[in-house]
Design a protein around this ligand. Sequence first.
Ligand code: KG4
Ligand code: ZN
Length: 335
Amino acid sequence: MITLGIETSCDETAVAVVEDTFVVRANLIASQVHLHERFGGVVPEVAARAHVEALNPLLEETLGNAEIGFGEIDAVAVTTGPGLAGALLVGMAAAKALSLATGADLVGVNHLEGHYWANFLEHGPPEPPYVALIVSGGHTMLVHVPEMFRHVVLGQTLDDAAGEAFDKVARLIGLGFPGGPALDAMARQGDPHAIRFPRAMEDSGDFDFSMSGLKTAVLRHVKASRAAGQDLHLPDLAASFQEAIVDVQVTKTIAAAKDMGSPTILLGGGVVANTRLRERLAAAAEREGLRVLFPSMPLCTDNAAMIACLGSARWTRGERTSLDIAADPQLRLSV
Ligand code: KG4
Ligand code: ZN
């Protein structure tokens, strides 16, 4: 069974083909990062226009790489939300047109669910229940998955998403956009215990997060050091900031898995590419006798293989999406 996946929720145009849900035949991404760099963030109108330009050639290239003809596609899986409205619309219009023209079934999927499904492409789905930590440029949440396709949101960020905090602090110290990967690389040269930044809500007893206090603390530290004429040691600053974020995420994720009685933790989203988060969560899970799965690096950030995989699994259980479905920028996980 062949599934084509289309993902255009933010600033990556992505198309993939999977066979029998878990075998990736092709997985291509046309990144727009260079277009948004000079604005220091994703500009929605620029993103939507760039998707329009990139999508058709990328579709042809992906099908060519997979050696699949349009007539062989059984299902077209597409991200319907959450994400930028104009960006989502481009992928959905293409998916609907393909479905109409080829007779393949349309399956709309949730981007955040796709992020943790990326794990299953490489490891196959273990038995639920799971606790999933989803950390990306737009979201930070802990989700309990008592059974496949059912979600209970345990907590989420009250302000900035983790990726957003990485990007903002990276920008503050001149690392460009998106700053997460550059900050991660710089932090590897620094001492994570050099500066004690606040661990917001670490002991709040719930599963919510807050990043804005940490961001302000970093800004205050930078200003105070400059005012005092002290040289900033950027690797120490990066490592200390990163450690504060990672500490809270590790504590809360392990607590959530234990509270829910979930032996398995799934990580998903761009911030899961963070080497310190991977290292610390793996060590903490091992200490607690929990299993933790991470997607490989290219499958952490936005891609269409995860969308095709999830869409294919939903198709297999009989789900079909009507052609009149609208994009939903605030789409919630299925309950
Ligand atoms: O999942 P994703 O590709 O897009 C969204 O759905 O938002 O996540 C992108 C986010 C960006 O904020 C980026 O800076 C962050 O993931 N990111 C990282 C790393 N790689 C990507 N953050 C920290 N460390 C990294 N290595
Ligand atoms: Zn994403």
